[in-house]
Design a protein around this ligand. Structure first.
Ligand code: GLN
Length: 304
């Protein structure tokens, strides 16, 4: 498979596409990112790297960090995490409060905000220095100990986290948050504020394409048995109320973030990432989804 030729075709097609969508503005710092940016990087299981555009430029990974949070929690905790967070698609926006009320404070899945806040609560109860250990975990799977958060994005989100605070208060009223609300919120926003390039994210996501092990060192980050479950949740819940559409059009497990990034994997084949800050009404990257749809169409391969 000539992946570079396929990516070059997608790059050419993108030049003819009319940019649509909006940059996220509810986190003021994200509104400053140029809507013109586009990067794509494919990391193949045979170690090949293929890319185009702004694939080496850092962006805010936002909700893509939810995959790392779940992975760290599942790698550390052996009793059933899934009593406090379910594994069903929500069919609702990522920051919705509605279901939580009538489902007794148990979030639908770990990849909506409520679910990731519960995972953050669990990590705070488990780790000595949650922020530091979380960052080290992401640095390790990326083979890059210079990764860090964007402090402006972190502070910007902290100033306007009303909905996430509301989700935490509601869940605490049901007994599903054990730590201090401010502490959980702070740790959650920290994870979202990590900055990575498409290349770095593709390297990190290789763990999910490679049965839970790093490609570089073969270190097992998470067992194949658990990574199978994480990939299943990415497939069914990785795109909020557009998870069905993403499965239909692209056909790969993946996760999006409001920074405009999407990371996806083809098990035993590749990890692929795209970044384009213009979001569709469901909060997923408009052109990013298009590029991934073209990738699985042009390669003729998806998990289906
Ligand atoms: N930090 C963002 C929030 O909590 C992440 C949302 C997202 O990327 N979908 O609202």
């Amino acid at each position: 498979m000539d992946y570079q030729e396929i990516l070059d075709t997608i790059a050419l097609e993108l030049t003819t596409k009319q940019p649509r969508g909006n940059v996220a503005t509810y986190i003021p710092e994200l509104a400053k990112v140029s809507p013109q940016k586009f990067g794509m990087h494919l990391h193949c299981i045979n170690s090949g790297h293929y890319c185009f555009g702004n694939s080496d430029e850092k962006f805010s990974i936002q909700s893509i960090s939810k995959v790392f949070g779940l992975t760290l929690a599942m790698s550390l905790i052996h009793e059933d995490l899934f009593e406090r967070v379910d594994v069903e698609p929500s069919g609702n926006p990522f920051n919705s409060l509605i279901q939580l009320e009538y489902e007794n404070g148990i979030p639908r899945n770990p990849f909506i905000n409520a679910g990731a806040l519960v995972i953050s609560d669990i990590l705070i109860s488990t780790l000595k220095s949650p922020k530091q250990e979380f960052l080290q975990f992401v640095q390790n799977i990326t083979d890059n100990d210079t990764l860090k958060i964007n402090v402006e994005v972190f502070e910007s989100e902290k100033k306007c986290s009303y909905r996430n605070a509301a989700l935490l208060h509601l869940m605490k009223s049901f007994g599903n948050i054990t730590n201090d609300i401010e502490e959980v919120l702070d740790f959650y926003i920290y994870q979202c504020a990590i900055e990575m390039s498409c290349k770095e994210l593709a390297t990190a996501f290789m763990v999910y394409a490679n049965r839970g092990a790093k490609l570089s060192s073969h270190e097992e980050v998470i067992s194949p048995h658990k990574v199978k479950r994480i990939n299943a949740i990415m497939q069914t819940c990785g795109f909020y109320d557009e998870a069905g559409e993403f499965s239909f059009r692209v056909g790969l497990p993946g996760k999006s973030g409001v920074g405009g990034g999407i990371a996806a994997i083809h098990p035993n084949q590749y990890a692929v990432t795209v970044w384009s800050p213009l979001l569709n009404p469901k909060g997923n990257s408009e052109l990013g989804m298009y590029a991934l749809e073209r990738l699985t169409t042009l390669t003729g391969l998806s998990i289906f």
